[in-house]
Design a protein around this ligand. Structure first.
Ligand code: ARG
Length: 583
């Protein structure tokens, strides 16, 4: 079964064709002026241009034709050619009851795909910081959206686990504990099982090492050497690398867990690195690699480029590989292991050129199929109240955990006083994640926003906590009905405008999901959730649902409550937000 609104869109498209007008796509939107109709179609203006006609004339032809078929309770035209459609009550009731039986009708697209997502990118031996927040939130939500629409979605943490930061930390460890066996090339015994460093040690060591390296060329040279040594598989350093990985990965994972961000695959740059030799061999065989001052490069500029696209640096003159090489090998690996139809990358826009180079090289070398989609999905910046990228008070980079703590402190204040102990902690956690995620996903993906934990945790505003609070209240109403043995099965009547608006809005969910999916931005889902919750709350204040004497009305209102609850629960889950039992 097709979602109801999809069917209407198809019908209108056919009617236009019958009149001789070809339109690529008919999109119905929930009307912003419900007094004119339930849904609005704005595509007539475009047709006017295309067919060099007054759009109102085309609109009138369409309205007349559809009126003759008695399809809708009302169809009319307003302004320069907006078509308004009002469904009959029976029709609305019928289709909302279908949703009541199976909310999955709304979760459908044609042509499911295998989509591989890359939105982790945390760097080992360094803490997750605020810069990792948006890729984690948006990526996770896009993955959940993709799979709830029937695609197969696989996410990879893609850890930065093979670069100089690790070499720097190793050098610090070496300077601090020179007698450890990892640094002795003649050592032949077993390496210790216990890591010589904790995650706290790593967190202290990396910034120290990184600033030393900036000031001291000698130190930097040593860091380069130790990096090259472990990258070439030195036994002792690999044993140490494994310890660093274990310790750091555990910490990275706990922050991602806290954020409800999950990965099906926990690979990293080190895993892609293994594929570099076979990939280079393939590229050389295809004659795609050129010499350039001792380095090996792939030329990727194209004739009609409007900006400079430098060649991809495959092998540097000192024999090492670049970030681009690793990502190219990573596509190589992913195509071989998972053969995805699409690969999506989420990082901030500063990496746009990097991905452009990698994608071009992958296409030129036919590492991907002709129709494989490689997509870079950048996002706007999270700013502080000063409008500049968010920083700690002293201008440093804030750890992601500390940022989440700021939100947790604010949200804890909003929770019922009788929720105590462990439960209080868990509820505060869930509420704070709702605050952070909703605020992050609400603006259009490319728009910057300001991190403001006080505003985000407000129970009255357009916030995660408001949505949670309202959704929990729906659930407790349904629980009360259960306790009092008040049964309800379906929608029987439409009793007021609020209820009607809720029903109209419920029928639009498939469109909202598809729009969010296509724009790779969760803002439409966020807006939809707020809107429907808001109308529901008006409806809730207006009616005394459990004590209503008219049985048809009571059944209807409880059913509406149940569908909105289910819908909110599902959409919040797509955003990565868990609903606590109470708050
Ligand atoms: N580790 C990288 C960074 O911190 C992000 C990785 C993004 N993904 C990728 N395949 N390059 O900048």
């Amino acid at each position: 079964m097709q979602p109801f609104i999809k069917e209407q869109e198809k019908y209108i498209k056919e009617k236009l064709l019958e009149l001789g007008y070809e339109i690529e796509e008919v999109v119905l939107n929930v009307s912003s002026r419900p007094e004119l109709g339930d849904y609005q179609f704005n595509g007539i203006m475009g047709l006017g241009k295309k067919y060099q006609k007054n759009p109102r004339d085309i609109g009138q032809e369409l309205v007349d034709l559809i009126k003759k078929e008695n399809k809708y309770k009302d169809i009319n035209m307003a302004g320069p050619g907006f078509i308004n459609i009002t469904f009959s009550d029976e029709e609305l009731i019928k289709h909302v009851n279908e949703l009541n039986n199976n909310i999955e009708i709304n979760y459908k697209i044609n042509n499911p795909r295998t989509i591989f997502l890359d939105y982790g990118g945390a760097n080992v031996a360094k803490a997750l910081h605020v810069g990792h927040l948006r890729s984690a939130n948006i990526g996770e939500a896009l993955k959940r959206l993709a799979s709830s629409l029937g695609n197969k979605a696989i996410a990879d943490a893609h850890l930065g686990d093979w670069g100089r930061p690790i070499g720097l930390v190793m050098l610090e460890i070496k300077n601090k504990y020179p007698d450890l066996p990892y640094f002795d090339s003649n050592y032949s015994g077993e390496y210790p099982k216990e890591s010589p460093v904790t995650n706290e040690d790593l967190m202290e060591m990396y910034p120290v090492a990184s600033s030393k390296a900036k000031e001291d060329e000698q130190y930097m040279e040593e860091a380069r050497e130790i990096t090259a040594k472990f990258q070439n598989g030195d036994k002792g350093l690999m044993a140490l690398w494994n310890h660093i990985m274990d310790v750091s990965k555990k910490d990275i994972k706990s922050t991602y867990d806290r954020l409800n961000t999950t990965f099906e695959v926990w690979e990293g740059e080190s895993d892609c690195d293994k594929y570099i030799p076979e990939m280079i061999e393939y590229l050389e065989e295809k004659n795609l690699v050129e010499d350039s001052q001792g380095a090996r490069i792939i030329e990727i500029k194209e004739d009609n480029d409007d900006h400079e696209v430098p060649p991809l640096l495959l092998v540097k003159s000192n024999g090492s590989h670049s970030y681009e090489t690793t990502d190219l090998a990573c596509i190589w690996e992913r195509m071989h292991k998972w053969s995805p139809d699409e690969i999506w990358y989420l990082t901030d826009s500063r990496q746009a050129l990097h991905f452009e180079q990698v994608f071009r090289a992958a296409r030129k070398a036919k590492i991907v199929k002709e129709d494989t989609v490689l997509e870079f999905i950048p996002f706007g910046t999270m700013n502080g109240t000063d409008g500049k990228p968010f920083k700690t008070r002293d201008g440093g980079t804030m750890k992601l955990d500390d940022l989440l703590d700021l939100a947790a402190v604010e949200c804890e204040k909003k929770i019922l006083p009788n929720i105590t102990g462990k439960e209080r902690e868990e509820v505060a956690h869930k509420v704070s994640i709702s605050a952070v995620k909703y605020a992050d996903l609400l603006p259009y993906r490319l728009t910057d926003y300001i991190f403001d934990p006080v505003k985000f945790s407000d129970l009255q505003g357009k916030t995660g906590p408001y949505l949670l609070y309202s959704t929990i209240r729906m659930k407790s109403l349904l629980n009360k009905a259960d306790q009092e043995n008040i049964t309800y099965k379906d929608v029987k009547v439409i009793s007021d405008e609020y209820q009607r608006n809720i029903m109209v809005s419920l029928l639009n969910i498939n469109n909202v999901l598809v729009k969010s999916f296509e724009s790779r931005s969760l803002n439409d889902i966020c807006e939809h959730l707020y809107k429907i919750t808001n109308i529901y709350n008006n409806f809730y204040y207006q009616n005394r649902i459990l004590t209503e004497e008219d049985i048809d009305k009571r059944e209807t209102w409880l059913t509406i409550t149940k569908i909105v609850y289910e819908n909110n629960y599902k959409l919040l889950n797509i955003l990565g937000i868990d609903v606590p039992d109470r708050m």
